[in-house]
Every structure is written in C-alpha cells, then in structure tokens.
Design a protein around this ligand. Structure first.
Ligand SMILES: *Cc1c(COP(=O)(O)O)cnc(C)c1O
Length: 368
C-alpha cells in the first residue's frame, strides 16, 4: 500500500540512525542497544529472552543486584543508604516523598521550574508542604531558601523543561531531597549530603518504567501504617526491590547502561563530556549576537538540556524542520514553553553536539 504522504527526507547515519536530541525517553548508548539486540532471543544461554524469564530466577536477581551495585560504585554510595527500584516514574515520587518523609512538619519546596512546581502541588495534595523559594530562570541562593520548621528541603537538580541546573548541592541544615531525573549519573554527587534522591530512568539511565531511589536507611519505616504497601519505601528495602514483579526489561537495560558508564570511565568522564557538549552549544548562542537567545542565568544553565529561542515562532519551526533534514531530530521545545531544546545526555557523543553547533552556524548565516 502506498504511504498516504511522502515521508520527509532525513539524512541518516550508515546504520540508519539519526542524532536524537529528545528530552526523554532519549538516546541510549549504541553499544548497549547493539548488545541487547544481539542477546535478545537467547539471553546468557538461558534459551529464552530477558522478557521471558522469572524475576525471581537466579540469573535475573543477579542483574538487579549488579545494577544496584554499579550505581553504588559510580556514585560511591555509603553503606547506610539503600538503592531501590520502583515503578510509577518521577510523578509517583512526587507523592511517595511526602507520604514517607513529611510528618507533623511540612516539606519545603524550592520551585524554579515545571517539575519542582508539580512536585509541590502533589505534596500539598497528599500531605503537608510549602514553598521554600520561588524563582524563575535561575537557581535560588542559600539565603533565599526558607527551610525553617520543615521535615525536608526539596529541589529539582535539573529542570528538564526550563533548562536550569543546580551546579552545587544547596546548603541547608535539614534533610535534603532531590529529583535528579534528568541529570542522574551525569556527574559526581556527594550522596552523604542527601536524605533521598530519586530519578526516573528514561532520561539518562535506561528505558521508561524504572525509577531509582537512593535513600538513607534511618528514614525508612517512618511512614504512617495507612500508607499503601507499594507507596512505602520500606516495602522495597525489605524485599530487595522484588516485592512484586519489577520492570524487568528496564532494569536489564539499565544494567547494560551502568556497565557502559563504568567502562567509559565513570561519572567524572560523563561530567567532562557534558561540559564539552553543552559549552559548544552555549558558545554558539552567546556568539550569535542575539540570533539565538537563552534567558537563563549563565551560572545556572543546564548541561543536560540546552533551551533557546529564535526571533519568531516561524523561524523556530524552520530551524526544527531543517535540522531534522540533516538528521538532527527532536529539537522542538516542550509544549508548555515552546522554543528549541537540545537534550545532551550521556549517550550523545561530543561530535553529535559539534554537528548541531555546525548546523546552528550555517542556519544563522542563512537567516540572520
Ligand atoms: C521527566 C521528569 C519527571 C517526570 O518523570 P515521569 O517518569 O514521566 O513521571 C520528573 N522530574 C524531572 C526532573 C523530569 O525530567
């Protein structure tokens, strides 16, 4: 049957792939995809696919343990922390955090973008929470954070939609909680400064379906008995994250990705690459004399999601279409904020960012 309309031309690499700048689910490292493809039908001589194996089999339990162990090694996670595998994404953590950690005192939320705002709204719904600071286009200073009389201080380390990232862990005395969904495993982090960190896998770790929670052990077991079993962190800690059927494929892929990061040299290497990639794009924005515009406070610019605008919506649409023809895809900004967004996660090679920067130069010359 003939296609209804001719597919637009897209320049592709030899293997048929493109450079994917999507924000999530996002690009995965090619060697990981190739390995998964290679062993898809017969995984480790079991005669079945990873999708067909019992989550309680010895082989799969080894995958769960090794993935947790790899995350521990990469971050240097101290022994008094648990690494838990949960489902429900970042959104479910917006509810689980207050259900498990807020008691008589509210959680205090630093709001500086879409995700921290959503987290606060959900926390208000299920428990008690209040705003600790509200600022647009930048990270709040330590002085601005009002964390008095709160159960914990919550922040989003990288605002994926707005392109804002904390470059340092905020200084607070109390318990610190962070949403690291979009910069997980992208740089070293002093885990012992935190009570809890969570991250949905689909930005920088693996496929959608898995959420990683790193939590200090003394915080477990404090939830009210009314909290549903599956929303209580203790359930996952007591069962090695195998209380019910976990997202086996997502865990398996995340296992391969953590092994890939270890082989590449770890989080310091990931961070150096992230700085190189994002600087290439920001330098182009700053040297374009206003052709490309980024409104974020320079010190707070995200190394993962570079957002920018052109002078009109029409020009932005042309940018996205022409970039796509060049094999640079998914550059359209989030529907709520528009503009352009280039997500540059771990799996994006530095020369991918170079290709985008070259395209930006050429596009600017043609249209300035
Ligand atoms: C994507 C994202 C979320 C939401 O994740 P879901 O898994 O879709 O619920 C939350 N926080 C941040 C920072 C994100 O980037």
């Amino acid at each position: 049957m003939a296609p209804l309309r001719e597919a637009p031309f897209v320049l592709r690499m030899k293997n048929g792939r493109v450079l994917n700048f999507g924000a999530g689910p996002s690009a995965m490292p090619l060697p990981v995809l190739e390995q998964a493809q290679h062993e898809f039908l017969n995984w480790e001589q079991t005669g079945v696919s990873i999708l067909e194996i019992s989550h309680r089999s010895r082989q799969f339990m080894k995958v769960v343990e090794e993935t947790q162990e790899n995350i521990r090694r990469l971050y240097g996670i101290p022994d008094d922390y648990e690494v838990l595998f949960i489902q429900g994404g970042g959104h479910m953590q917006f509810a689980m955090v207050p259900l498990n950690l807020a008691g008589e005192k509210p959680g205090a939320y630093a709001v500086n973008g879409i995700w921290s705002k959503k987290a606060l709204a959900e926390a208000v719904k299920v428990g008690s929470a209040r705003c600790a600071a509200e600022c647009e286009g930048r990270v709040p200073t330590a002085e601005e954070l009002d964390t008095q009389d709160s159960a914990y201080t919550y922040y989003c380390s990288n605002e994926t939609v707005n392109g804002i990232q904390y470059q340092e862990v905020p200084r607070t005395d109390g318990l610190l909680v962070a949403d690291m969904s979009s910069d997980f495993l992208s740089r070293p982090v002093p885990i012992d400064r935190f009570g809890l960190i969570f991250a949905g896998a689909q930005k920088n770790l693996g496929p959608a379906g898995l959420t990683v929670v790193i939590v200090r052990k003394d915080l477990l077991g404090k939830a009210s008995p009314k909290v549903p079993t599956m929303l209580n962190y203790e359930t996952y800690a007591k069962s090695s994250s195998l209380y019910n059927t976990p997202p086996v494929f997502s865990i398996y892929m995340s296992w391969l990705v953590t092994k890939w990061i270890l082989r590449e040299g770890g989080l310091k290497v990931m961070h150096d690459r992230a700085k190189t990639r994002s600087s290439l794009i920001y330098d182009h924005i700053d040297r374009s004399e206003g052709f490309y515009r980024n409104k974020i406070n320079k010190a707070d610019r995200s190394r993962m999601n570079v957002v920018f605008n052109l002078k009109s919506k029409e020009l932005e649409e042309r940018f996205v279409t022409e970039a796509q023809e060049q094999g640079l895809t998914s550059l359209k900004g989030h529907r709520l904020v528009g503009g352009i967004r280039a997500s540059l996660y771990n799996a994006m090679p530095v020369d991918g960012a170079e290709r985008l920067a070259d395209f930006m130069s050429a596009f600017c010359e043609r249209n300035a």
